[in-house]
Design a protein around this ligand. Structure first.
Ligand code: ADP
Length: 514
């Protein structure tokens, strides 16, 4: 699931555009909403606080005035007046009252907690302790935001206003607190919050939708361009983009088409040139063949009659024959290569047992003539592939001849290994080996490690062998170590499938000189 999401994120530009737009808008809307909410909350509470403080102040003045009047008439009735004060407010119109009351006192220092009278619904401990001590210590009106808990209905934010009252008769002081719940403000605020939330969500969804539509509008032609470019890259050079209007996309399409046309003409030119070269090579090889055959026949006659010549002429006749043979081989190989280059090489497929090929190679008189022992590994059970036996024989013979010619090894090992999909046949020698990047360069046309000691080779044998392997959908690879030996591994798929020629099988044989 996570891989699918990250895959979509990496592949789809549209997904990235829409997601990042939605995220950014959500952050902006969240921040703006939060700031708005803060401002509204501040406005609501500060106006309520002002009115609450004013209301409480007039309450304090009225209570103080009543106390002052009570002391003139009957000093003992002061406490009763205070109780009445609380009772009057708490009970008579408790229905429409917008605040709770707490009266503490008389306050005497050092005589424990003073008696407290509070509105019936108020839970104990609703007064903020710092406000309480402030009111007790100093005269004046003080206020705080606090939590107000009412019995049976939980707690809510409130403004608490407190002040000291003095009973002139006894000299006692009392603390009177007004607690104004901010329920209404809270309700308004939650209404506003809900509205902002719904509005914000709608906005995020809307902007996400807009981003989706706009990015689609831009990306559809881009996707089309990608598809056409892919087809172009796959070889259909006729592909062109449809141009409509004059906007940026139309200009992109025009530029793309110009580029495609220019590339197409360049490729055509190069193809023509390469065809011309191939033709030239093949024509020259053909043309040289007829005179070569005549010259070869003449040289054959001279060679056969060499016993009657003086030693110098006899040597020349031998040289002439050898070089003409080499020349003929070169012409044959050039023709073969030009056939590969022109894509004209064809396979004559049949079931071929590579184990038999290996056994035959190990018993090749070529080895015996050179006094080399041929050894097989893994060639005792059949390893059948679909292949052109003529070409495979040619490849293996070439590898064998190279081992004889170049390695100086007195043993040549031919190993066959197989799995369900492919068979490898490795020709291994234990001679001079390969240095540096020679294992790659041996397949280059006309490349020879030591051109001075030509050993009669043309430098085309391995290049042709590799073309033969590739034609089968297989590979021919080389590995070697200087002074220890080298191995050439031909790997062929069990079944030749022209559609899968680009995905050649990996060698299945264990490498010795890797
Ligand atoms: P050639 O016709 O000269 O044999 P190849 O393409 O078969 O051409 O080989 C190219 C070069 O690769 C050879 O000239 C030789 O230097 C080198 N080479 C090929 N096989 C071996 C081997 N078994 N050990 C060392 N070098 C090799």
């Amino acid at each position: 699931m996570i891989r699918r999401v990250t895959g979509l994120w990496r592949r789809s530009l549209q997904a990235r555009v829409v997601t990042s737009t939605v995220l950014l808008v959500a952050i902006v809307v969240g921040l703006v909403g939060w700031a708005l909410l803060q401002q509204i909350a501040d406005g609501l509470t500060s106006s309520r606080t002002a009115s609450a403080v004013a209301e409480a102040r007039s309450g304090f003045e009225k209570a103080q005035a009543e106390l002052d009047v009570a002391v003139e008439t009957q000093p003992q009735a002061q406490a009763a007046t205070l109780t009445q004060l609380v009772d009057a407010v708490t009970e008579t119109d408790s229905g429409s009252r917008s605040y709770e009351l707490v009266l503490e006192g008389p306050l005497r220092s050092g005589s424990g907690a003073p008696p407290v009278r509070a509105s019936g619904r108020l839970a104990p401990g609703s007064l903020p302790p710092d406000l309480r001590s402030q009111v007790i210590e100093r005269p004046g009106v003080f206020w705080r935001y606090s939590e107000l808990s009412l019995i049976g209905s939980g707690s809510r934010p409130a403004v608490v206003v407190g002040s000291r009252l003095r009973a002139p008769g006894t000299g006692d002081t009392y603390a009177l607190f007004y607690l104004f719940p901010l329920t209404e403000q809270q309700q308004t605020l939650s209404l506003v919050r809900n509205a902002l939330l719904v509005g914000g969500l709608a906005m995020v969804v809307m902007v996400g939708g807009v981003a989706f539509i706009v990015s689609r509008q831009v990306l559809t032609p881009v996707r089309l361009a990608r598809r056409i470019a892919e087809r172009y890259a796959a070889g259909s050079l006729e592909q062109r983009m449809h141009v409509s209007g004059e906007d940026d996309i139309a200009r992109l399409s025009t530029s793309f088409n110009q580029m495609a046309a220019s590339l197409q003409s360049q490729i055509r030119r190069l193809e023509d040139l390469s065809r011309l070269q191939q033709r030239f090579v093949s024509d020259v090889s053909h043309e040289l063949r007829t005179p070569l055959t005549t010259v070869q026949m003449a040289s054959e006659l001279l060679f056969d009659a060499r016993d009657r010549f003086d030693p110098q002429s006899a040597r020349s006749a031998e040289l002439l024959k050898r070089e003409l043979d080499r020349f003929e081989e070169l012409l044959t190989q050039l023709l073969d290569l030009s056939r590969f280059d022109a894509g004209a090489a064809r396979l004559d497929l049949a079931d071929v047992d590579l184990a038999r090929v290996a056994r035959a190679a190990a018993a090749d008189p070529l080895l015996e003539r050179a006094g080399i022992i041929g050894r097989t590994v893994g060639a005792d059970r059949p390893a059948v592939v679909q292949a052109d036996i003529r070409r495979i024989d040619r490849v293996v013979r070439n590898l064998l001849a190279n081992a004889v010619k170049y390695s100086g090894s007195d043993v040549v090992e031919i190993e066959v290994a197989q799995d369900g999909f492919a068979v490898s046949i490795a020709v291994r020698d234990f001679g001079v080996g390969l240095r540096g990047d020679e294992n790659l360069r041996v397949f280059d046309r006309f490349w020879r490690a030591d051109p001075a000691r030509t050993q009669g080779g043309t430098g085309l044998g391995l290049a042709i062998a590799r073309e033969d392997a590739v034609l089968h959908g297989g590979t021919l690879q080389a590995w070697g170590r200087p002074g220890e030996g080298s191995e050439f591994v031909l790997t062929l798929p069990r079944v030749v499938d022209p559609a899968r020629r680009s995905t050649a099988p990996a060698p299945v044989v264990q490498r010795v000189f890797a």
